[in-house]
Design a protein around this ligand. Structure first.
Ligand code: ZN
Length: 263
């Protein structure tokens, strides 16, 4: 009896042994067509030889094209109109409905001696703290706190062409005949902003033209009363007066040039 690898003996009944491997010998000798079947039954190949390995051709994977970074134009926000402070540049708003009375002989410049504020805040203080009838100034020029930087606010006194409450003297001349302009800020400690100075130049020129005034009529509160530092040692009064003289000269030159060319 030949036992091949993979054969096994099975005890059946009274000591009879059945050689399972014999079946496989039969298959080997007779060329039984059941060889493959036998392999399947014993799950291990006996005579099978491995087929020659063919070189596997691994297909080159076709990859999707690498996405290219496309620089897209960044959408720019639509340009917005520049928000200009109310009243700046709108000289028409500086002329009261009833016109400018022929009473104004002086322009008196002030600072608020506060770091912030505006016509509304000062009006409240003048009414409720100082017990005045309303805002004492005729104009207020903002510094970007309560109102815009350089914003010119028209006080209710100017609208009514009413006597000021900003420069008290014995005869009350500067309240009766002086136009009070207050710039927001404390110019003992800091300088007015460039926007405030541009606005005060513009307003002083406008009022001077309307009332027939010159630089000699532009004064500081302290320069009149000698009882206050207003509008502060950093306020450039001389420059304001010089700019007015220069602007008036330019206006006259333009008028002469226009008259000369017949425009
Ligand atoms: Zn003052």
């Amino acid at each position: 009896m030949v036992l091949l690898k993979g054969s096994s003996m099975i005890r059946v009944g009274n000591g009879l042994k059945f050689i399972a491997g014999a079946i496989l010998i039969c298959g080997a000798v007779t060329g039984c067509a059941d060889q493959k079947k036998g392999m399947d039954r014993f799950s291990k190949p006996i005579f099978a030889t491995k087929p020659p390995q063919k070189a596997r051709v691994i297909p080159t994977p076709v990859l999707p094209p690498t996405p290219q970074y496309v620089q897209r134009p960044v959408p720019r926000p639509a340009p917005q109109p520049v928000q200009r402070p109310q009243n700046v540049g709108s000289e028409a708003g500086w002329i009261p409905p009833g016109g400018i009375k022929n009473r104004w002989q002086e322009i008196v410049l002030h600072h608020s001696a506060t770091t912030k504020g505006g016509a509304v805040a000062f009006d409240y203080e003048h009414r409720h703290v100082r017990k005045w009838d309303e805002l004492g100034y005729h104009f207020v020029i903002g510094n970007g706190t309560d109102t815009g930087d350089g914003q010119i606010e028209v006080g209710s006194r100017w609208t009514k062409q009413k006597t000021g409450a900003h420069c008290k003297t014995g005869d009350n001349y500067y309240n009766e005949h002086g136009i009070g302009i207050c710039l927001v800020g404390n110019f003992q400690n800091s300088s007015p902003t460039s926007a405030q100075l541009a606005s005060v130049d513009k307003l002083v020129l406008f009022l001077s033209q309307q009332c027939g005034l010159s630089a000699d009529n532009v004064k500081s509160h302290g320069g009149v009363t000698h009882k206050t530092d207003c509008p502060g040692r950093r306020f450039p009064l001389a420059a304001v007066k010089r700019n007015l003289t220069l602007a008036q000269s330019n206006v006259r030159t333009d008028m002469l040039a226009t008259a000369g060319t017949g425009r």
